[in-house]
Design a protein around this ligand. Sequence first.
Ligand code: SME
Length: 156
Amino acid sequence: MAEHLDIISGTKEEKYAALYPQVEAVVKAESDLVANMANMASMIHETFGFWWTGFYRVIDEMLVLGPFQGPLACTRIRKGKGVCGTAWATEKTQVVPDVELFPGHIACSSASRSEIVVPIFKNNEVVAVLDIDSEHLETFDETDKIWLEKMVALLY
Ligand code: SME
């Protein structure tokens, strides 16, 4: 496995296109889910310089904090609560341009201004979510949604 992330630059699309095969190589070389979530969070976080990048896993009907990069975060989120709980309940990626306008947004950090949460499926059920927070407004769009959905599909 590569021991470092190749330097990635360019447009958002170019960055994802360069990042994806590197993440794929790392994940395909390891079978442990936590190890793969940890490296995937790191590689996304380093490439884009986001505020917070990490996973929550569904355990006993709650989202429980998993591997992440960034500041301390809430450990448990109920189904339907916040952006993460909404992605789980609706089984749809949530792109939130301004977290203050999202009803029920859970503010783990007041620095977070926009957010994307991508549900992760195993046997057609949501088993985890990928949550990314930005300290800028309107950071995430359809390009992030498409690439991140493709990336998390590598995990299970
Ligand atoms: N803001 C998220 C909670 C998780 S933290 O941002 C890491 C939410 O509303 O679900």
